[in-house]
Design a protein around this ligand. Sequence first.
Ligand SMILES: Cc1ncc(C[n+]2csc(CCOP(=O)(O)OP(=O)(O)O)c2C)c(N)n1
Ligand SMILES: [Mg+2]
Length: 268
Amino acid sequence: MYNMVDVYISERILTPDKSMDKVWERPDLLIDVPNHYCPGCSHSVVHRLLMEVVEELDIMERTIGIAPVGCSVLAYDYLNVDMQEAAHGRATACASGIKRVFPDKIVFTYQGDGDLAAIGTSETIHTVNRGENIVMVFINNGIYGMTGGQMAPTTLEGAKTSTCPEGRNLDLMGHPIKIADMIALLDGAYYVTRQAVHNSKTVRKTKKALLKAFQYQIDGKGGTSFVEIVSNCPSGWKMTPLEANDWLAKNMFEYYPLGNIKIPQKEE
Ligand SMILES: Cc1ncc(C[n+]2csc(CCOP(=O)(O)OP(=O)(O)O)c2C)c(N)n1
Ligand SMILES: [Mg+2]
């Protein structure tokens, strides 16, 4: 089985004559321990990008991350910055409190779709509406990965999960929620973008988006930065990692198109 990180590395370090040209190494802030993510899972790629960004911006001493409930509940075991665990859905409420008490800290939440767009919908909307100067990283894998693959608010029409084994039926279960588009309408949203990490091109774009989001917070720009990352869940989707990435590209981007949804006015 492939691991997303291996795919990414192999694309970059195998030169045509198969000699090794090392251009990548683990960021120091990504703790060198085996992680619990399934092979091919997007979470580990995004963890790495986050720590690269924190390292490059030289903010490791003042960064505080909030871990959610979901597959990334153990993020604090892998990210070597100060971390706080939040109750399910409450990460942005925690982040708001921490940022207000320590305005010089750089605060981010890291949340899945069940956490951010289901149980935490209220916290999500009101945090952005207040324009809290934090970064929200949103992993939209269209499923509750941790608990065995139940339908999430973002599950696509027709997609099969353990709670909609016949496929999501819109009449019965409502529409997949485009939470990033919703919060972009709020005046407190400063930067809202939707990215992905299923190949090396999108990985690079996501890193740029994360760099921007953190830089806005460092510069004290007014408002919340929100980076959605359309992600996979090979285990929950019952696919191999490569099948999952194919399925994601063929199905998810039509409903969740990649690109910026709201950018600061001077950059328009
Ligand atoms: C108050 C509460 N309700 C429900 C749960 C069960 N639960 C744990 S994780 C989770 C969903 C996680 O899905 P998501 O946020 O999409 O993260 P993923 O695992 O897909 O990365 C649920 C419903 C819980 N832990 N606490
Ligand atoms: Mg999920």
